[in-house]
Design a protein around this ligand. Structure first.
Ligand SMILES: [Ca+2]
Length: 453
């Protein structure tokens, strides 16, 4: 890692130029520009165009595997609800249990559409077996959800993608599992079970550490050697044995991984996961979800990129729609209808994007580096719709009023990511709509923008 800054001798004295801008005093090292040497990103990544898909909402290609509402109950009182494609759900139903029965065969049969758009990579929201529609409550890391078509459907998609030269990224949650994962159920039933040490019980069996206090998402405790073996160390671990070897992995809540109280193993576990993935596929791309400043995770030994919400997506939404902040412990969001100024956005990008620069990206980047953060940062510039962000209505085609988030563009390490209406403030309530011809052509033009490739 090389730190550098510029000293400018001017008529009115000496000035320093750093990430913080131009100052007439000695700035702290933390604002230095940084250069990460000997780091090489996956060669296929630059110029890739990702299309993010929330599988339950994209297309229903196989009604035979549709969910039947009577299939299960969620802790005795919450049942899944299925709806006809595009029908508004009953708001009384738990949003995570609202299903439209989209699946992987639905993606496979739409590849002409995606390829025509200019897409050459897919970002699949979780496909592993789980009870909810979002599948972040995984109950089986080893198999694709049967309602998405099971393992065979992913194998078929993989083969179809290979024929077209399209890559794909899997989304996985090593931070926690679902309440109904057999590991957690064994731990609940037997304090002496091998799996009990995978979790942190404060009072067995009903009080335990979970992700942000959500009962359905018990947090995994990486102090357990056996858990580490099953997730990434062992030859048959999740990250080493996946049969349909992904071209990329997106690690959910990567900044919270293996961190709880006195247990602070984030660096060790992230390095271990990286080793498992890269040893299996040296060209795999690894992106971590990190809400805040991810500089420590972007030193070449952990993630290749991060979601970087606060560095890019959040200020952009503030710029479009005014300020809205939600946080743990805040009963009401803090809001301001006044949008951010361009200068405020630029300043936020500048201060947030202090991750190391990578020469390979700089050489390819055609944006004026003083104006656009991609030239200065190797971390992802990732614009994602999250439920806690305001809606980019001004970007939406008028016809998409039922899908108010419309479309936004994700850029990650020079990768243009198209993020379609599968996720949004009401992500559980919206099914995919295929673009009108005008918007389709507009997006094709966006994909081809040389500045974004
Ligand atoms: Ca289906």
């Amino acid at each position: 890692m090389v730190h550098y800054r510029f000293l400018i001798a001017a008529g009115d004295g000496a000035w320093w130029y750093t990430v913080a801008g131009l100052v007439d005093y000695e700035p702290p090292d933390v604002t230095d520009f940084q250069l990460l040497a000997d780091y090489v990103s996956p060669s296929w990544l630059p110029g890739s165009v990702f299309y993010q898909i929330f599988p339950d909402r994209f297309d229903n290609g196989d009604p035979a595997t549709d969910l039947r509402p009577e299939e299960y109950e969620y802790r005795g009182r919450r049942r899944p609800h299925t709806y006809p494609w595009g029908a508004p759900p009953d708001e009384r139903h738990p949003t995570s249990l609202v299903f439209y029965d989209g699946d992987l065969p639905g993606i496979t049969r739409r590849l002409d559409y995606l390829q025509d758009l200019g897409v050459n990579a897919l970002y699949l929201n979780p496909v592993f077996t789980a009870y909810s529609n979002h599948k972040y409550d995984v109950t089986d890391y080893d198999h694709v959800d049967p309602h998405f078509g099971g393992d065979q459907a992913l194998a078929d998609l993989r083969q179809a993608l290979d024929r077209r030269g399209i890559r794909y990224m899997l989304d996985i949650v090593p931070n926690h599992c679902g309440y109904f994962h057999p590991w957690f159920q064994k731990a609940r039933q037997n304090p002496s079970a091998a799996e009990t040490e995978f979790f942190t019980f404060t009072r067995h069996p009903d009080e335990y550490a979970s992700w942000l206090g959500a009962w359905s998402l018990p947090k995994l405790n990486y102090r357990s050697p056996e858990l580490r073996r099953r997730i990434y160390e062992g030859p048959d671990s999740v990250f080493r044995r996946w049969p349909f070897s992904a071209d990329a992995w997106r690690i959910d809540v990567a900044n919270m991984l293996a961190r709880q109280g006195s247990t602070q193993m984030n660096v060790k576990i992230a390095r271990g996961i990286r080793a498992a993935i890269k040893e299996t596929n040296p060209q795999a791309y690894l992106i971590g979800e990190n809400f805040f400043d991810a500089s420590p995770q972007l030193q070449g030994d952990m993630w290749d990129g991060v979601m970087n919400y606060m560095g890019f997506a959040v200020p952009l939404f503030y710029w479009l729609h005014g300020y809205e902040a939600r946080g743990m412990g805040l009963r009401q969001p803090i809001t301001s209808p006044v949008a951010w100024s361009t200068a405020a956005v630029e300043a936020t990008w500048r201060m947030r994007c202090t991750a190391p620069l990578r020469p390979v990206r700089l050489a390819r980047c055609r944006w004026p580096t003083a104006e656009f953060p991609m030239g200065r940062v190797s971390s992802s510039i990732f614009l994602a719709r999250k439920p806690w962000l305001k809606t980019a209505r001004s970007l939406s085609p008028p016809s998409s009023r039922a899908h108010p988030f419309g479309w936004v563009i994700n850029i990650s390490m020079g990768v243009l990511l198209l993020f379609w209406p599968a996720c949004g403030p009401k992500q559980q309530q919206n099914t995919h709509f295929f673009l009108s011809r005008d918007w389709h052509e507009f997006c094709m033009d966006m994909v081809r923008l040389p500045a974004l490739r």
